[in-house]
Design a binder for this molecule. Sequence first.
Ligand SMILES: [Cu+2]
Length: 646
Amino acid sequence: MLKIFGVALCLLLGIQVIAAKTEKYVNVTANPGELCNRECVENDRRVCYFNFVLEHYHAMGSACKSCGQGVVEDCDHHQCIVGDGTEKGVMSINRMIPGPAIHVCKEDMIIIDVVNNAHGTAAALHWHGMHMRKTPHMDGVPYTTQCPIPFASTFRYAFEATEPGTKFYHSHSGHHKSNGQYGAFVIREPKHLIPNLKEYDYDLPEHYILLSDWNHGYAENIYPGLVSSLTLPESLLINGRGAFIDPNTLQIRNVPVSKFFVEPGKRYRFRVINSISHNCAVQLQIEGHKMTVIASDSSNVRPMDINTLGINSGERYDFVLTANHTKGDFWMRVSPKSPCAEKNPMDGFSLLRYKTDKMTADELKAPQPPFPSLNTTYPSDIRLNDPTATCLGESTNYCVSELTAIDADEDLLFRTPDQKFFLSFDAYVQKNEDIFRPGHFGHFMNLIDNITSVAAINGISLVFPASPPLTQLKEIDESEFCDVNKKPKKCDGKAMCTCIHRLKIKKGSIVELIIVDESTNLEGNHHPFHLHGYDFMVTGMGQHPEGIPMTVDLAKKMERSGGLPRNYSNKRPPFKDTVSIPGRGYTILRFRANNPGFWLMHCHYEWHLSVGMGLIVQVGEVKQMIAPPKNFPKCSNYVPKVKMIK
Ligand SMILES: [Cu+2]
């Protein structure tokens, strides 16, 4: 009785009752996030505050002074964006590309105020590799988990550093990522929890290798694309810097690239992150050194020695580099794979420089040597994740499914899945009279000349609702969602149609996804698929053993008669959150659907998501999802009935 009276009194007086008694509010801005970059120990939980200001800005602008004329110190000004040395407009975070790196420890509270000062834009940042179990509304996907952040306003991302490992953040809005909004994000943990700790001596915050691509204009020039040019990057960058190779003269423009310092005899953990937007898988090689891979995405694997690392957009790999020389400079080189390799020659570089106690400050700052020529070969006989890998057990050309996880999960691996889905994706060349018919404004991209294309999964090209389903489901008409079994009337008789593609999964299910590349018009691509909110076990991947182009019907037939080849080792397939689908092949994934919410799953190539190569995975019913805060920003259409004005 007293309790009822108390609640009534509270309501009467307008007092807000704070539900979680154990939680308390903290002064978030009092703790600069940079102070969270530390050695992680037990019982040292911190609040890490970052302020990210998004702006339209410029590379090789006024802050760079004489950087373009060879004054290297000017290039190092904290607001000078170097890129490949070309002056151009960008979209930056805190006038940096990459944006500020985030280094925190597991269980820290991360708070990032994103201030959108980029006129005329709507922003959102995604924390790639985070599962957001306690805060699904912080995943940063416009029109799926939140409304984009309008110009002139601030949105506070606040979430716990839950899963340790190498991650990154990037814009999920428009093509802001391609224009420069991305950065490194690493969650470390106390040493006694690191399974591969004995493999290395140092895990230094500056030893991340963030790969990105660079165009000499805005990404909006590339999407939907120009009739006169191919959709290709002009340069590849490592930590925001790279060499521009003029395709006409093959001359390399000399810019100061990023440097990594190592001491002879020591072993270093490096973290590679692929934030490339274009549809180019790339490979990383280090002159004179092998790499010992110890983790992929955020999951630890048994050490694997390689000399060539294939890495696709959205993927991360951690490796150990043993500094087995006594002195010298060595190139780290990122090179595009097919189809970009043939169409536009380019390499990206950074420098590995040995330092010793005897070296003077001038020697440490010595000018970088001339870049190697394009045709320089480095040993490439032991490869991981190379597009040429057959996944049939070759001893020196490994698929990621052949990595061995540290953590086994035999229940997930061997249980009959509760739900199994075949997802085939394709790109459909469109007739110009369809794309450009009166009153039709559907998405498309220009491949070259007058050829236009739209992408789809299971024949459905994804478009987004006007309100994010995670936080405003009531405002979306259920009939707006579609899937392979429930397509809207307008799709009758069509091979491909456009609607809000949703894959509904029961909470708690063991799910198997078989993703099949049916694309006939994007030959040579190995599309990287990323699932938000989860990591998944990669139990199999490859092409048809007899080289027959895979189709979903063929995959189903093979599953009925003996099964598509699974190719994991030691009952320990690796866990990942982004994985390549071999060209005209398949990849098999498993996960436990224990994180309710609306999660985007999509090809991580920027333009492919824009033309519909994605779907929204709904795990559980809304009542099973964590509700967003009451004052969470909202957005929707405004189309009221209109009265005739007398
Ligand atoms: Cu793709």
